[in-house]
Design a protein around this ligand. Structure first.
Ligand SMILES: *Cc1c(COP(=O)(O)O)cnc(C)c1O
Length: 274
């Protein structure tokens, strides 16, 4: 059945479900960050969401991230100038998709948090550009770039991310890089096999394992005090993810509606380097 609800209704519904799932696991709604994934959303819908006061937005492709960040920034500035939202905080962009090394510089410039560091090589590249930026004009005021390590829990070959056993080592390596700060880990639920429904049990298994890895790394003290973000859960499974301990969920279609587009999360059409 077609979803005829308005953006406002869908957004409020997701926020309510996030709050309920958080309470169910003994936390508050404010303990879980909701990142609205805009990859299939129209600019109009993104603007509307921002006008509700929503702050955290996510994109999975750098090019679109950069374009949209510029458009939304301009929109926010105009609203501020008009006095519509004089004290509205700036939007924060999350880079959630696999990051190609030739797009690292752009990604760093606009992202508040990069969710998808999945190799030492990529981390080193990020470190190089982040350090270069910090030593440039005005660089003294730029803090380290916050990143998550993406972990491939299910072991599917179609998925990005490091093997669970390698996660801690990558966190340790990133922790030695002065211009980067490891903030946590990210994972994705398994992709259902062709013709099958997504299984919430499978998702729960993956999320539970991811939470264990997160806790192990924290217990050892890798990543330090600020290693505190567990990014997991999307439209179909964010409540399960929160119950399993996620404190950041990435939700697209449940907020913006189903897409007509055929592009998906692993759209690598502009993968000109890897
Ligand atoms: C698209 C995407 C999401 C959101 O997916 P929905 O199912 O639309 O909520 C979350 N995380 C990543 C990495 C994505 O690419």
């Amino acid at each position: 059945m077609k979803d005829t609800r308005s953006l406002r209704e869908r957004y409020d519904d997701v926020r309510e479900r996030v709050a309920r799932a958080a309470e169910k696991s003994g936390r508050r709604a404010s303990d879980v960050m909701l990142v609205a994934v805009t990859k299939y959303a129209s600019i109009e819908d993104i603007r509307e969401l921002v006008s509700y006061g929503h702050i955290d937005l996510g994109e999975n492709r750098v090019q679109q991230l950069v374009q949209r960040a510029a458009i939304i920034e301009e929109f926010s500035n105009r609203r501020r100038e008009r006095g519509a939202a004089p004290s509205a905080p700036s939007v924060r962009w999350h880079m959630i998709g696999s990051l190609q090394r030739n797009k690292v510089r752009q990604a760093i410039e606009v992202s508040k948090l990069i969710h998808s560091v999945d190799s030492l090589r990529l981390a080193e590249e990020l470190q190089d550009f982040a350090e270069e930026r910090a030593s440039g004009p005005g660089g003294e005021s730029i803090g380290p770039v916050d990143v998550l390590v993406e972990v491939n829990i299910s072991g599917e070959r179609s998925k990005h991310g490091v093997a669970p056993a390698a996660a801690r080592h990558l966190v340790d390596m990133i922790d030695t890089m002065v211009a980067l700060r490891p903030r946590g880990i990210m994972c994705m639920a398994p992709t259902p096999k062709a013709g099958e429904e997504a299984s919430l049990d499978d998702a729960r298994r993956v999320f539970t394992r991811c939470k264990e890895i997160f806790d192990e790394i924290r217990a050892i003290g890798s990543g330090g005090e600020r290693f505190d973000i567990l990014s997991m859960g999307m439209s179909d499974d964010f409540e399960v993810a929160i119950e399993c301990g996620a404190n950041l969920v990435r939700v697209g279609s449940a907020i913006f509606g189903e897409s007509k587009s055929t592009t998906d999360e692993d759209d690598d059409e502009d993968d000109d380097e890897k």
